[in-house]
Design a protein around this ligand. Structure first.
Ligand code: AMP
Length: 212
């Protein structure tokens, strides 16, 4: 299956996708994780992306489009993929279409803004493997340590309250129009993501069965 997950920052895309791909056996592609790894390694793309990310803005479309096209051309994407956090603008969605990258469904994880802010302030992330936790709702087994790879967890700089507000503004302005874009193509599915991740996973899994 070729899937896109849409939703505000903190809607639960990363957590859900991580759980989902264990069954789907297709790669998950998170542009946020790719960019954070590039920043950590100090690559030219990382250096370019850093300023945009830390101010809560989007990285320019041409950078993202290049990253995604290159990643989707790899062999492990032949049988499908799950896109997490991309496309985030209409030009990115159009670039995927123009490159002949067709998708089966765009799934919107729906969460009201008030809940988003609370979620993001408690979020902790593993920079090494991209796993995400929440200090209250999804704690790691050992405090401050990633369950998956054992690296220390950090709070992303862009998860501070002021940057979160800016990211939400950017989401409504730049990314929300994609809801109409995919609705117009008969590809949009809306899933409630206000409950714990296991509940969202159940809803998404049922949806995917109905799409097969
Ligand atoms: P995420 O981990 O998906 O929340 O992404 C973290 C940050 O990376 C975002 O706030 C953006 O600055 C940048 N980013 C990730 N994906 C994209 C994208 N598709 N388009 C533009 N910027 C992106």
């Amino acid at each position: 299956m070729k899937l896109i997950f849409l939703g505000a920052p903190g809607a639960g895309k990363g957590t859900l996708v991580e759980m989902l791909i264990k069954d789907l056996k297709v790669p998950a592609i998170s542009t946020g994780n790719i960019l954070r790894a590039a920043i950590k390694e100090g690559t030219p793309i990382g250096l370019k992306a850093q300023e945009y990310i830390s101010s809560g803005n989007l990285v320019p479309d041409e950078v993202i489009i290049g990253i995604v096209k290159e990643r989707l051309a790899q062999k492990d994407c032949e049988n499908g993929f799950v896109l997490d956090g991309v496309p985030r603008t209409i030009p990115q969605a159009e670039a995927l279409e123009n490159a002949g990258i067709d998708i089966d469904a765009a799934i919107l994880l729906d969460v009201p803004d008030e809940m988003i802010e609370e979620r993001m302030v408690g979020r902790r992330t593993c920079i090494k493997c991209g796993a995400t936790y929440h200090i209250k709702t999804i704690p790691p087994k050992v405090e401050g340590i990633c369950d998956v790879c054992g690296d220390p967890l950090t709070r992303r700089k862009d998860d501070d309250p002021e940057t979160v507000k800016e990211r939400l503004r950017v989401y409504h302005r730049e990314t929300e129009p994609l809801v109409e874009f995919y609705k117009g193509r008969g590809k949009l599915y809306v899933v409630d993501s206000t409950q714990p991740p296991e509940h969202t996973l159940k809803l998404v899994s049922e949806l995917l069965v109905s799409l097969r």
